[in-house]
Design a protein around this ligand. Sequence first.
Ligand code: PLP
Length: 227
Amino acid sequence: MDDPLALHFQQTLARIEAAAAHCQRPAPLLLAVSKTQPAAAIRALFALGQRAFGESYWQEAQGKLAQLADLPIDWHFIGPLQANKTRPVAEHFAWAHGVEREKIARRLSEQRPPQLPPLNICLQVNLDGEASKAGVAPEDVLPLALAVKDLPNLKLRGLMCIPAPRADAAEQRAAFRRMAELLEQLRAAGIEGLDTLSMGMSDDLEAAIAEGSTLVRVGTAIFGERG
Ligand SMILES: *Cc1c(COP(=O)(O)O)cnc(C)c1O
């Protein structure tokens, strides 16, 4: 295979398969993170069979979504969600992974066009309490989930995290294990329909899969370093 995109895509799929087989879990969905990549790269990856793509900034995504409107892509918004920027996410995406406040969820629900299916959402968890990072503190996940689970035009699917980078595989796994425990806590509280742990990126997807990731968000390993 001379085409580096095809090669890196196949290698990523193989990594995911191997990690899932290793721990006898189902392979998670691959979300191709296409931020900073041109529409042509997304079109090329779509032609190789990829359907789910993740974008982080509406300003950047807008033109690409328009250029790719002929393709049945599942668009996931994985960036920070500010209150004044919820409308395009509600109108153009199938998923939003970065919900961290009730107010944001309410706006997404109100702004979701009625002819579209409910917007799938994940609550972003700030596992490490990093001031620089978005997300709800672990102890506040349950109250937030209870507050948003019945909003009419949303479907609460699960949790998402971007843990602090750790080189040690055991430490990576410990962070992801906490996410699995938090999801269990929500289920135990009677919240239904939770099937998603959005966790694992290019550098830590094996650890995330070992702890039950159902969706890995991978950019660099597929498209190469971002410029
Ligand atoms: C950029 C980004 C990714 C992809 O990271 P890579 O290390 O390039 O795989 C995943 N999730 C989020 C939220 C991102 O912003």
